[in-house]
Design a protein around this ligand. Structure first.
Ligand SMILES: CC(C)(COP(=O)(O)OP(=O)(O)OC[C@H]1O[C@@H](n2cnc3c(N)ncnc32)[C@H](O)[C@@H]1OP(=O)(O)O)[C@@H](O)C(=O)NCCC(=O)NCCSC(=O)C[C@H](O)C(=O)O
Ligand SMILES: [Mg+2]
Length: 285
C-alpha cells in the first residue's frame, strides 16, 4: 500500500520551492508546469522540472503538464515522458479518448511512469468512470476543485455544499474502477482550522489524500489521513474478536457491542496496512 495522504504542488518555475520540497515530508510531489507557471517561463520550467525528477529520494515525483489544446502540451509530454517521473499529471481531462491520446504520446516513457488524470470540469465528473478505466497506466484521479467550481459557477464556501455531489461521484468512480483518488487544494494557506476541517471531510468521503499548495499543510494532512492510534487499536481488537469467533465456529462476533463480520475484518486489515505504510508500528496483540 503506497500512501498518498499529502501531495504537494509546487510551481516549476520556483527554484526555491523545488529545493525546499526536498526537506518536506509530503508523500508525493507535483512539479507544476500548468497554472502556476507564467507563459514566458514555461519552457525554462519544463527543463528545470525534468532535470529535478531524480532529486527527491523515494518519494513519488510527478509533473503536471499543460493541457491539451495549449501550445506547450505536446512538447511537455515528449520531454516529461523522457524524464520518467512517477507519473504525468494531466489537467482538464474530459474523455476516455483524451486518455488514449496521452497514453500514445507517452509510449516512449518508462513503464513506471503512470498517468494521473485531473477531473475539473462538469463533463469529466459525468464521464469519470470511462476516463478512469480508459488505461491501465492511469492509476490516480486528482480533483481540480478551483476549476470545477469555476466551471459550475458554484461558490467556494466552508463545508463545500455546492461541490459535494461531484466529489461523491468522483469517489464512486475511483472505487468502481480501483483507482486512487485525491481531493483538490485548499487555497487559504493561513487558515489552519478550515484546512483541517476540509481534510477530515475528504477523508470521511473516502479520498485517499489531498493535494496541497503550501508546506504548512503537509503535517496536518499526513496526520488526518493516517489511521489514528485509536483506529489502530480498534482494528487489532476487531481482528482478534473475529478470529476467536471463527475458531469457535461462529461467523460473527461483537466488539464493544457492535456486530463484526468478514467485511469489518477486511477494513481492519486495510487500516493496519496503511498504519504500517505510514510508519505506525504498533505491535499486533
Ligand atoms: C501559495 C504560495 C504562492 C504562497 O507563497 P509564499 O507567500 O511565498 O509562501 P511562504 O513565504 O509562506 O513560503 C515559505 C517557504 O516555503 C516555500 N514554499 C512555499 N510554497 C511551497 C510549495 N508549494 N512547495 C514547496 N515549497 C514552498 C517558500 O519557497 C518558502 O521557502 P523558504 O524561503 O526557503 O523558507 C505558494 O505556497 C505557492 O506557490 N504554492 C503552490 C502554488 C501552485 O503550485 N499552484 C498550482 C497548483 S494548485 C491548482 O492548480 C489547483 C487545481 O488545478 C484546481 O483547479 O483546483
Ligand atoms: Mg485546475
Amino acid at each position: 500500500m503506497r500512501p498518498r495522504r499529502s501531495v504537494l504542488y509546487m510551481p516549476g518555475a520556483n527554484e526555491r520551492a523545488l529545493e525546499k520540497a526536498k526537506t518536506l515530508p509530503a508523500d508525493a510531489l507535483i512539479l507544476d508546469l500548468e497554472d502556476a507557471v507564467a507563459p514566458d517561463a514555461k519552457v525554462a520550467a519544463r527543463e528545470r522540472v525534468c532535470a529535478a525528477v531524480g532529486s527527491y529520494g523515494d518519494r513519488e515525483v510527478t509533473i503536471r503538464v499543460n493541457g491539451a489544446g495549449t501550445p506547450w502540451h505536446a512538447d511537455d509530454l515528449r520531454a516529461v515522458g523522457a524524464a520518467g517521473p512517477s507519473a504525468v499529471v494531466v489537467p482538464k481531462v474530459n474523455s476516455a479518448a483524451e486518455v488514449h491520446a496521452i497514453e500514445k504520446a507517452l509510449s516512449h516513457a518508462p513503464d513506471h511512469t503512470g498517468i494521473w488524470a485531473m477531473i475539473e470540469t462538469p463533463v469529466a465528473v459525468l464521464d469519470c468512470v470511462s476516463i478512469a478505466s480508459a488505461s491501465e497506466r492511469l492509476t490516480v484521479l486528482v480533483l481540480g476543485t478551483n476549476d470545477l467550481a469555476k466551471e459550475l459557477t458554484a461558490a467556494q464556501v466552508p463545508g463545500r455544499a455546492p461541490l459535494l455531489g461531484p466529489l461523491s461521484m468522483c469517489v464512486l468512480a475511483a472505487r468502481a474502477t480501483g483507482r486512487v483518488i485525491l481531493d483538490g487544494v485548499y487555497n487559504d494557506v493561513r487558515d489552519a482550522d478550515g484546512f483541517a476541517q476540509e481534510c477530515r471531510q475528504a477523508r470521511d468521503f473516502g479520498f485517499d489524500g489531498k493535494t496541497l499548495v503550501h508546506p504548512s499543510q503537509v503535517a496536518p494532512c499526513n496526520e488526518i489521513f493516517a489511521p489514528s492510534p485509536e483506529e489502530v487499536e480498534h482494528a487489532h481488537r476487531v481482528i482478534a474478536a473475529f478470529e476467536e469467533a471463527s475458531a469457535a465456529g461462529r461467523g460473527v462476533a461483537t466488539v464493544d457491542g457492535r456486530m463484526i463480520e468478514n467485511l469489518h475484518v477486511a477494513d481492519a486489515r486495510r487500516t493496519l496496512a496503511m498504519a504500517e505504510a505510514v510508519g505506525d508500528t504498533t505491535p499486533e496483540r
